[in-house]
Ligand binder design. Structure first.
Ligand code: TYD
Length: 133
């Protein structure tokens, strides 16, 4: 599956750390940044794939699980470190769940918001990725 955990370069300091994302670690031009916050622990977010958009998710605070699927494989990644980024390429189904109290999920996206880029039905997603295999 076309996903990757990225080590975000950081500057460690006993007075507090800095994590820096520059274009040497982000494999796309960032067109949008948004973040999920105040997320009830029972929430399930995501539940879609993107046709073109690539993104990096970062657990800036707290933790959550990311369930990743294509038509054959499933992988669950727990995000709980602010110096790790999860690169999710296009055409991968994702679900976000098990948010801890105070969790904040930062998202760096390669495209501006476009509802037409979403596939929000898993069966349609499987049909879509099989249509160009
Ligand atoms: P969605 O991407 O489905 O959220 P999540 O994957 O976190 O569950 O977006 C939820 C709603 O917010 C949906 O109606 C689209 C809207 N939205 C925007 O208008 N702009 C944005 O940049 C994003 C990410 C979502």
């Amino acid at each position: 599956m076309n996903i990757k955990l990225i080590d975000i370069p950081k500057i460690l300091n006993r007075e507090g750390n800095i994590a820096v994302l520059e274009n040497d670690v982000v494999p796309f031009d960032i067109k949008r940044v948004y973040y999920l916050y105040d997320i009830p622990s029972t929430s399930k977010r995501g539940g879609h794939a993107h046709k073109k958009l690539n993104q990096i998710l970062i657990a800036i605070s707290g933790s959550f699980d990311v369930v990743l699927k294509d038509d054959k494989n499933k992988q669950v990644i727990t995000m709980n470190k602010p110096d790790k980024g999860l690169l999710i390429s296009n055409n991968i189904w994702r679900e976000l769940e098990n948010f801890s109290s105070g969790a904040v999920c930062l998202v760096l996206a390669s495209e501006v918001y476009d509802e037409d880029d979403y596939i929000r039905n898993y069966k349609s997603f499987v049909a879509y990725i099989n249509s160009y295999k």
